[in-house]
Design a protein around this ligand. Structure first.
Ligand code: 6PG
Length: 241
């Protein structure tokens, strides 16, 4: 692993090109992997086009669904049929459209006590990882997809929240003071255990925060994302402006 990670930025014409680039990247990496391929998915609106694209025959017929394990980078602590559920969104746009074995999909729990649910999801990750401690030479995820909020959050790592200090747990609950719903989220150390972190950012509304994070402004939670592997920013020209 590295302490300082090189981050690469790719600027594309629009959100469609961003989705296309990400879909090509995931397909290529998944096909390149000889064994199990592990992705942590992002939520929100930005990656919806990517997920819809992956469900189209071009990708769906070539993607190695049976040896890919799908995890969630974060989710709102709401039932899957809520319009705010990432699990529900993924089910509708992607999983219900392709031949992915249901046991390869690992949604975050959405009931009971949020802290207990976070621990339960961490147990799922540890079972998949095959160990209870992260090793630098063995990444937990092949790819972690991330978005960026206008307030600098990524996954559900929100400004001023205790989860930002988490050094040992892989998953934690977070109740933002400026966004609806309690959420479960991967922590910084869990995201860091990755071969690739891919930020997808589109639209003029994200330009200011995108520039601050790319400069490493410590006030933005997304600035503190690291990876044992590489961080890549796939942005459209509006977000890069
Ligand atoms: C989520 C996320 C979150 C998201 C940003 C950007 O579940 O909402 O994973 O971190 O990526 O809030 O959201 P938009 O893509 O909707 O702008």
């Amino acid at each position: 692993g590295h302490d300082v990670v090189s981050a690469k930025e790719i600027v594309l014409s629009d959100s469609e090109a961003v989705a296309r680039h990400a879909a090509d990247f995931l397909l290529e990496e998944a096909l390149r992997a000889t064994d199990v391929f592990r992705i942590a998915l992002s939520g929100g609106s930005t990656p919806k086009r990517l997920y819809a694209m992956m469900a189209q025959p071009d990708y769906a017929t070539r993607f190695p669904w049976t040896r890919t394990q799908f995890f969630f980078g974060d989710d709102r602590f709401v039932p899957a049929d809520s319009p705010d559920s990432n699990r529900g969104m993924l089910q509708k746009i992607l999983f219900s459209q392709v031949d992915v074995p249901p046991e390869n999909i690992h949604p975050m729990p959405d009931q009971g006590d949020p802290d207990a649910a976070a621990r339960a999801y961490e147990t799922v990750l540890k079972a998949q990882y095959g160990a209870a401690t992260l090793r630098k030479d063995k990444p937990l995820f092949d790819v972690v997809l991330l978005g960026l909020g206008e307030n600098g959050h990524t996954a559900s790592l929100f400004p001023r929240q205790p989860v930002l200090q988490e050094k040992t747990r892989w998953v934690a609950a977070c109740t933002p003071d400026d966004a609806p719903h309690t959420r479960l989220t991967l922590t910084y150390p869990a995201i860091a255990s990755s071969r690739y972190v891919l930020f997808l950012v589109t639209g003029a509304a994200k330009a200011a925060v995108c520039a601050r994070v790319r400069k490493g402004d410590p006030a933005e939670p997304a600035s503190h994302i690291t990876s044992e592997g590489r961080i890549e920013w796939i942005v459209d020209k509006d977000a890069a402006a």
